[in-house]
Design a binder for this molecule. Structure first.
Ligand code: PGA
Length: 213
């Protein structure tokens, strides 16, 4: 059986009470499933049945950086952090240089990093734990890459990164997840929209695990 990596990305969604309602409706996952949530929701998820991730981290250590959450602070609640999501690159002008600093801070604080790239050519910092291939046009659009092309891109990324774990993200649902995780070079998925509803997300996990048994 393939070692699957599944991480839900809630993006900028949900209040504390909505997160609690999600938790009570979601089935306890069988295996390590990560949920990446806004900073405000980290305490609500901590200690529950899901592995907790943040969605961003400061490129600086603690100090005079108003509005930032340092890796050490995030690490009080989270085991993982997403760095380099295309929405951060696009709306917050995050570039490779800045992302490298974020990865360094995260690793120093003991956080594991899911590093997102839009293609197989983008620079990947050393020491990231999982790489997510997320074609920009597939994010939140309902249009996925084909499993065959996603597999080719993931294989190229593996070649360049000493066989790192590589997952696919971009409009993954409970209906199409099996077609991705069945591919030989795709080690898991990063669903955004499909992680917001607890029933859909539980179905997605089941479908992925079933397809790789
Ligand atoms: P999506 O988002 O599943 O809603 O397309 C994926 C992501 O941005 O991580």
């Amino acid at each position: 059986m393939k070692k699957l990596f599944i991480a839900g990305n809630w993006k900028s969604n949900k209040t504390v009470s909505e997160a609690q309602a999600w938790l009570s409706a979601a089935r306890d996952p069988n295996g390590n499933i990560v949920i990446c949530v806004p900073f405000t929701l980290l305490p609500a998820l901590k200690g529950g049945p899901f592995v907790v991730g943040a969605q961003d981290v400061s490129p600086f250590a603690e100090g005079a950086y108003t509005g930032e959450v340092s890796a050490r602070q995030a690490g009080e609640f989270a085991d993982w952090v997403i760095v380099g999501h295309s929405e951060r690159r696009k709306y917050f002008s995050e570039n490779d240089d800045l992302l490298q600093k974020k990865v360094q801070q995260a690793k120093k604080a003991g956080l594991k990093v899911i590093y997102c790239v839009p293609d197989s050519e983008t620079v990947v910092p050393e020491n990231v734990d999982v790489i997510a291939y997320e074609p920009v046009w597939a994010i939140g659009t309902g249009k996925t890459d084909t499993p065959e092309n996603a597999d080719r891109v993931c294989a190229k990324i593996k070649e360049r990164t000493n066989n790192a774990m590589v997952i696919y993200g971009g409009s993954v649902t409970d209906k199409n997840v099996a077609s991705f995780v069945r591919m030989p070079h795709i080690d898991g998925v990063l669903p955004g929209g499909a992680s917001l509803d607890p029933v859909t997300f539980s179905r997605l996990i089941d479908a992925a695990q079933h397809a790789t048994k």
